[in-house]
Design a protein around this ligand. Structure first.
Ligand code: NAD
Length: 495
C-alpha cells in the first residue's frame, strides 16, 4: 500500500488550540456501544481536545414510537456542535420506520459522503494489495429523495432527482478533495447512455467543472463497466465521484474487496455540519461479546479529528492503528492464521492501539495530515448557472386502465387530443404501443399518453385543463401528469 494521505474532510473548525471542541456522540445499537467506547478510549488517550455531548438514537427511540429514530431535542445538540460521531444503529424491520441515516444527511445538508477504501496488504488479506481509492458519493438526491408512489394496481414508482446545484457541489467537492490530498485523478461514474437527462446532467457538470482543474486527470465511465473495472482492478482508480445510489453500492464493494467492511470509516460533509460513522451496520449477532472490530468507527473518528482541525491527533491515532495492524493484533473478522499474531477482542484491540500512540508503522506507509489541513477549506460554491427560458409545449398523461389491449385504449385516447395538444403516442413502461405497437409487447395497467404538437408550440395551463376535462368525460382514471418543457428552446424530456 502506498498512501501517505487519506481520508477526507475539508478541515473545518477552529484552529488547533487547547480549546475543547464540542462533539455530539451517539453510541447506537448492537455492537455500537462497544466500538464507540473503544474509539473514545483511543481518542482520549491520544489527547483529543473534544467535549462530548451524548444523545440517544436508534432502536430504543424507534420503539418509543418516534419513527425517525431521533428525539427532536437531539437535533438541538447536533445544530449546536455541528459535529456528530455516530455508531451504527438498528432499523427495526417493517412498520413505518424511516432511515435515520438518510434523514440526518438530508436534514443537516450533508451533501458529500467520503469513503476511503484502502487495502492493508500483507497484514489484512485482500486480492487487491494496491487498492487505495476514495469514493465521493452524492448524499442527498437521486433515488434517495425517498419520493415513491404506488400508481396503479401493478405499478410502483420512485423518483430519481438530480439537480444542477447538487451535482455541482459534489463534483467540485471531489476535485477539491483530490487537490487537498494530492490525488492525481478524479473519475465520474454514471449511466447517461440510458438516463440521458438525469445522469446526463451529472456527466455534463463533471465535464464543465473539470475544466477548472487542469492539474487533475479526469475520466468518465458508464457505471456498469466502471464497476466491473473497479472490482477487477481497483488500483486503476484514485478519487471517484458518483450519484447517490451508485456510490452507496460501489463504496460497500470497494470497502469489502479492500479487506473488510469492518475497516472503513466515512465522513458525511455539509456546509454547516458533518457526521462521521463506520460504513457497516450494528451487527446485532456480534453485540455484547467484545468481538467487533472498532476500526471503521475509529477511522471515522480520525476523519473527524482532521475536520475539527486537530490533525496531530488524527495522525497519531491513524499511525498507531496502522502499527497495530502491522503487529498482527487483529479482531476475529480479519484474523488469519499465519498472518495474524494475536486474536483480540474489541477492548484489547483498542488498548493495543492506545499503547502504540506515538509510534509509526514500519512496513505500511505512515499517514500525514498536516499538509492537507494547511490548505484552504473546501467550501461549496453557489451555482452561477443562469436560469433558462422555459416553455411548456405538451403533456404526458398517465392512465390506470386494465380493460383491453393497447389498440383498444389507444383508440379511446387518441380522440381526446385537441388542436393545441394533439395526441402523439401511447407507451407502456416506456415502449411505444400505439400507434404502431407490436402484439408481443407485454403491457401493464400503467399507460402514458403523450399530447404534443409536431412544432412543439407553447401551451397554457388552461389548454392542459381542457385536455384533462376530456379524460374526465371519457371516464379515464388519469393518475399523474407530467409537463413536457423546452429550456432555452431545447427539448427537455425523454421520448
Ligand atoms: P452489518 O454491517 O451490521 O453486518 C454485516 C456483516 O458484517 C455481519 O456478518 C457482521 O457480523 C459483520 N460486521 C459488521 N461490522 C463488523 C465489525 N465492526 N466487526 C466485525 N464484524 C462486523 O449489516 P446488516 O447485518 O445488514 O445490518 C444489521 C443492522 O444494521 C440492520 O438493522 C441495519 O439496518 C443496520 N445498519 C445500520 C447502518 C448505520 O447505522 N450506518 C448501516 C448499515 C446497516
Amino acid at each position: 500500500m502506498s498512501s501517505t494521505t487519506q481520508p477526507g474532510t475539508e478541515g473545518k473548525g477552529s484552529t488547533a488550540t487547547q480549546t475543547k471542541i464540542p462533539v455530539t456522540v451517539a453510541k447506537g445499537d448492537g455492537i455500537g456501544p462497544e466500538i464507540m467506547d473503544a474509539t473514545l478510549h483511543i481518542l482520549k488517550e491520544a489527547g483529543a481536545r473534544i467535549e462530548i455531548e451524548e444523545i440517544e438514537i436508534g432502536e430504543k427511540v424507534y420503539l418509543r414510537g418516534i419513527t425517525t429514530g431521533i428525539e427532536p431535542s437531539s437535533w438541538d445538540s447536533l445544530r449546536r456542535t455541528k459535529v456528530f460521531l455516530k455508531a451504527p444503529i438498528t432499523t427495526p424491520q417493517g412498520g413505518g420506520y424511516q432511515s435515520l441515516n438518510v434523514a440526518t444527511r438530508k436534514t443537516l445538508g450533508l451533501y458529500a459522503n467520503v469513503r476511503p477504501c484502502v487495502s492493508y496488504h500483507p497484514f489484512v488479506d485482500t486480492k487487491y494489495p494496491k487498492q487505495n481509492l476514495v469514493i465521493v458519493r452524492e448524499n442527498e438526491e437521486d433515488l434517495y429523495a425517498g419520493i415513491e408512489y404506488r400508481q396503479t394496481d401493478e405499478v410502483y414508482q420512485c423518483l430519481k432527482l438530480i439537480s444542477r446545484p447538487g451535482s455541482e457541489k459534489i463534483v467540485r467537492y471531489a476535485f477539491e478533495y483530490a487537490r487537498r490530498y494530492n490525488r492525481k485523478k478524479v473519475t465520474c461514474f454514471m449511466k447517461d447512455n440510458i438516463m440521458k437527462l438525469t445522469d446526463g446532467l451529472f456527466h455534463k457538470v463533471f465535464d464543465e467543472i473539470g475544466t477548472e482543474y487542469p492539474d487533475i486527470e479526469k475520466e468518465a465511465w458508464i457505471v456498469d463497466i466502471g464497476a466491473a473495472k473497479m472490482a477487477d482492478t481497483p488500483e486503476a482508480f484514485d478519487v471517484l465521484v458518483m450519484p447517490n445510489l451508485y456510490g452507496d453500492i460501489l463504496s460497500d464493494i470497494a470497502a469489502q474487496i479492500a479487506g473488510s467492511v469492518g475497516l472503513a470509516g466515512s465522513a458525511n460533509i455539509g456546509d454547516h455540519c458533518a457526521m462521521f460513522e463506520a460504513i457497516h451496520g450494528s451487527a446485532p449477532r456480534r453485540a455484547g461479546q467484545n468481538l467487533a472490530n472498532p476500526s471503521g468507527l475509529l477511522l471515522a473518528g480520525v476523519q473527524m479529528m482532521v475536520h475539527i482541525n486537530q490533525p496531530d491527533i488524527a495522525e497519531s491515532v491513524h499511525n498507531a492503528w496502522l502499527k497495530t495492524l502491522e503487529d498482527g493484533i487483529h479482531t476475529y473478522d480479519i484474523y488469519e492464521e499465519g498472518v495474524s499474531k494475536q486474536k483480540v477482542g474489541t477492548k484489547e484491540f483498542a488498548q493495543a492501539v492506545a499503547d502504540r500512540l506515538g509510534k509509526k508503522p514500519e512496513k505500511l506507509a505512515p499517514v500525514s495530515y498536516n499538509q492537507a489541513t494547511k490548505k484552504a477549506d473546501i467550501v461549496s460554491v453557489q451555482s452561477t448557472h443562469a436560469r433558462s427560458a422555459k416553455e411548456t409545449v405538451g403533456i404526458d398523461v398517465y392512465v390506470d386502465w386494465k380493460s383491453g389491449t393497447a389498440e383498444d385504449i389507444g383508440k379511446l385516447i387518441e380522440k381526446l387530443g385537441t388542436d393545441k395538444l394533439p395526441f402523439k403516442m401511447l407507451t407502456n413502461r416506456g415502449v411505444r404501443v400505439y400507434p404502431g405497437g407490436l402484439p408481443e409487447t407485454f403491457c401493464t395497467d400503467h399507460w402514458r399518453a403523450r399530447f404534443l404538437h409536431d412544432e412543439m408550440k407553447a401551451v397554457t395551463h388552461t389548454d392542459i385543463i381542457e385536455l384533462l376535462n376530456k379524460f374526465i368525460e371519457a371516464k379515464l382514471d388519469f393518475i399523474k401528469t407530467e409537463h413536457l418543457c423546452t429550456f432555452n428552446g431545447e427539448k427537455s424530456f425523454s421520448n
